[in-house]
Design a protein around this ligand. Structure first.
Ligand SMILES: [Zn+2]
Ligand SMILES: [Zn+2]
Length: 354
């Protein structure tokens, strides 16, 4: 907990701890890559665009804290990170670019900075040091899962004291029901809502700031939610986000789609870590007003390797589902993906933002 408090403090102390370099006075990040209207502190990373090894810029120390938090910079959190872009930071940037399907340059190019500023899940990314990342699903260390007889039932409940005032429990419950049902359709696991929060396997609530698990939330955008690997069942959403179940009703530019985030965090509850596949539900970031409502083949293969397949599941049924959904983004062409999967593993494809 102390480490994270230290990290949070760094955000607020930063302007006092160093003097901006003249070289950073005019960031040149393209307008279409700027996270306009993002109010979160990560916005200040924008001024680091084009920084590379040898750069000495006010804000580099904060970026080191960010990379440490999300698993890209090893060792102990350092309260006194320097403002120098050193070789350790360069390696962290390379790992980050590999994990996020960005061009691997080791420099903070505009697309990398844009990715870093994007709202994301609070769970650390699993990064294997010294190895090139394979583009596919990932597990937590030790491959934790729920060990119960298959088919199994997991119960879930909402914390009555930790909801959000502008959204009904009915709306919240419906969004989660839809998200759980998508995972149910591919593995032999049922999810059942219960009113008994204390005994539920999965305990869901909205929390603001520091809330007792050492991973404080950070206000609007930034970290959106986190859920812990089996058998924890802790599932927390940042109460300070503007959560939405219908973008027609919720017009805020920083609104976050509840069902999309629920779908992602349920993957953590089942044992999946962050995927490197940009289209996958288990990819770590989600932009405001973005929806990601369809499990991809990557998500399905990852979770089925842990639990086996639902007897009624077929790849074709997933395809049909994707075609009939109202996903904001076009669904992945699974027929193409399934036939090309071996090639995807052999030749990682580099994706780019927008
Ligand atoms: Zn996550
Ligand atoms: Zn939490």
């Amino acid at each position: 907990m102390l480490l994270f408090l230290t990290y949070s403090s760094l955000f607020f102390l930063l302007p006092l701890s160093c003097t901006p370099s003249p070289a950073t006075a005019k960031p040149t990040i393209p307008t279409n890559l700027k996270s306009n209207n993002y109010t979160h502190g990560w916005r200040r990373f924008e001024k680091l665009v084009h920084a590379k090894r040898g750069s000495h810029i006010c804000g580099i120390s904060l970026l080191k804290s960010y990379f440490h938090r999300f698993g890209y910079l090893s060792g102990q959190q350092d309260r006194n990170y320097s403002e120098e872009f050193d070789s350790d930071l360069e390696l962290a940037v390379i790992r980050y670019q590999e994990k996020h399907g960005l061009e691997v340059s080791g420099t903070l190019d505009p697309k990398t900075i844009s990715a870093i500023m994007s709202p994301r899940c609070g769970i650390s990314d699993s990064v294997k040091s010294g190895l090139h990342t394979t583009e596919r699903y990932v597990y937590f260390p030790g491959h934790p899962r729920w060990f119960r007889q298959i088919p199994m039932t997991l119960t879930y409940a909402f914390s009555a004291e930790n909801l959000i005032p502008y959204m009904s429990l009915e709306d919240i419950s419906s969004a989660f029901r839809r998200a759980f049902s998508k995972w149910e359709s591919v593995i032999p696991v049922r999810f059942e809502e219960t009113g008994d929060y204390g005994s539920a396997d999965i305990r869901i609530g909205f929390y603001g700031g520091e809330h007792g698990d050492g991973q404080p939330f950070d206000g609007v955008l930034g970290v959106l939610a986190h859920a812990f690997s089996p058998p924890s069942g802790k599932f927390h959403l940042d109460a300070d986000e503007r959560w939405a179940v219908d973008f027609e009703r919720e017009k805020s530019k920083v609104a976050v789609d509840l069902e999309s985030v629920a779908l992602h965090e349920i993957g953590h509850v089942l044992g999946l870590a962050h995927s490197t596949v940009r289209e996958a539900v288990m990819y770590p970031s989600l932009k405001p007003r973005e929806k990601k409502l369809d499990l991809t083949l990557d998500d399905v293969e990852g979770v089925q390797a842990l639990y086996g397949s639902n007897p009624n599941f077929t790849v074709e049924s997933l395809q049909e589902y994707s075609e009939t959904s109202n996903s904001y983004h076009p669904a992945v062409d699974l027929r193409h993906r399934s036939t090309k999967w071996a090639m995807f593993l052999a030749v990682p494809i580099l994706y780019f933002f927008m």
